[in-house]
Design a protein around this ligand. Structure first.
Ligand SMILES: [Zn+2]
Length: 61
């Protein structure tokens, strides 16, 4: 798995920086992901504080 995940917002990234949280660290150590299409209708998205559609890691270490 070559992707990175942002430690702040859990967004899965192709590069080593998060466009939303430039100061946040990224990690290769993440597990599972959820594809959020409509954050308004997803309980998981609300729980995770996700407000923008995208792929998010469930766990980031
Ligand atoms: Zn981020």
């Amino acid at each position: 798995m070559s992707d990175f995940a942002c430690k702040e917002c859990h967004l899965i990234l192709d590069e080593k920086s998060c466009p939303r949280c430039p100061d946040s660290e990224v990690s290769r150590e993440w597990q599972g992901f959820v594809e959020v299409l409509d954050p308004e209708k997803s309980d998981l998205a609300k729980e995770m504080g996700i407000r923008t559609p995208g792929r998010y890691a469930l766990r980031v270490r």
